[in-house]
Design a protein around this ligand. Structure first.
Ligand SMILES: C[S@@+](CC[C@H](N)C(=O)[O-])C[C@H]1O[C@@H](n2cnc3c(N)ncnc32)[C@H](O)[C@@H]1O
Length: 308
């Protein structure tokens, strides 16, 4: 992974900070320093290529998956073998699959039974491919996390890694029918209006704050909370969703310890090669913005928090 400053670290530096012998520093443990920043080169292969042979094909129908390379890097970097890794909004189980491949114990909650089943099946497929860790998946509302999760997890979660649902205008696959019509598929999490994905932004953020707050009794004393979130465009405007997540985490009693940038573009030599979705390109072409300067978004924020 690239560090800020463009230096490519050697293999030892790439291995987990937690795994480096004798290292005890917690992210952001020096209150006088600005949060450190790293750039993670996590898009050297497309999302589909990263999943191929590792996730069941049905996973592609989920509209807002985390990049496996982002999850893997976060788990390596912020947890140790046999630690408990929690994803309270686990979707099709990217966090869990990558965690069990790295020998962690994982547990996930997902509101939609359809995605929870798929997460379970993805974890089963990982076990069949030799993953050593184990994972539990529960269907339910993560605001009830302490009731849903067995007491054995309480106080033991070393890493909470998750991404809230957002930016539904940017989800899905676009294709053209034989009659020439443009259609959009796989852009919904469900038709359940109670899913936070379907709530207006303030209600979604309120729900996310409640989830982060509810997770606190589960965390080990030196636990790290990692949230991935992308800025996105809606109706011609840039929505600074990562800043909204930072506010939600602060409201739930967490302090930001690192702010990282996971690239959604490949790197070829000294150039970024964007893997822009239909929606990203569409938003750029919108005539309402023809007069201004607009850029393709080629990153997502990886926000790292610790309990205050
Ligand atoms: C951005 S997706 C997470 C995707 C996941 N990281 C993956 O790679 O599959 C957010 C997920 O949160 C789920 N969700 C929404 N409200 C929830 C709630 N109250 N409790 C638990 N999960 C919820 C959605 O159904 C969606 O699958």
């Amino acid at each position: 992974m690239f560090r800020a400053g463009g230096r490519r670290p050697g293999p030892d530096e790439r291995s987990s900070r937690a795994e480096q012998a004798g290292e005890t520093t917690r992210p952001g443990s020096d209150p006088l320093q600005a949060p450190p920043l790293s750039v993670w080169a996590t898009a050297q292969r497309s999302s589909r290529a990263q999943r191929s042979g590792r996730y069941l094909a049905a996973s592609m129908a989920h509209p807002g998956k985390m990049l496996p390379a982002v999850a893997r890097h976060a788990i390596r970097h912020y947890s140790r073998a046999q630690d408990v890794v929690l994803d309270p909004m686990c979707g099709i189980g990217t966090t869990l699959v990558e965690a069990v491949h790295l020998g962690r114990e994982a547990v996930g909650i997902e509101y939609e039974p359809r995605w929870a089943d798929l997460a379970r099946n993805n974890v089963g497929a990982a076990a069949a491919r030799g993953a050593r860790g184990e994972a539990d998946v529960l269907a339910g509302d993560a605001r009830d996390v302490t009731r849903l999760l067995h007491r054995r997890y309480h106080g033991r979660v070393a890493l909470l890694l998750t991404s809230p649902p957002y930016g539904s205008t940017t989800h899905g696959y676009v294709s053209r029918t034989p009659e020439g019509r443009i259609t959009k598929t796989d852009h919904r999490y469900s038709r359940n209006r109670a899913n936070l994905a379907h709530r207006p932004l303030p209600a979604l953020l309120e729900g996310f704050t409640e989830i982060l707050d509810a997770c606190r009794p589960l965390l080990a004393p030196d636990a790290v909370v990692v949230v991935t979130a992308r800025p996105y465009r809606r109706d011609g405007r840039l929505v600074d969703f990562p800043s909204a997540v930072i506010t939600a985490a602060a409201d739930a009693g967490y302090r930001m310890a690192e702010r990282n940038v996971a690239l959604l573009a490949g790197i070829r030599g000294d150039r970024l090669v964007p893997r822009a979705s239909f929606f990203a390109l569409h938003h750029l072409r919108d005539p309402r913005r023809a007069h201004g300067h607009h850029h393709l978004l080629v990153h997502e924020d990886v926000l790292v928090f610790v309990a205050r």
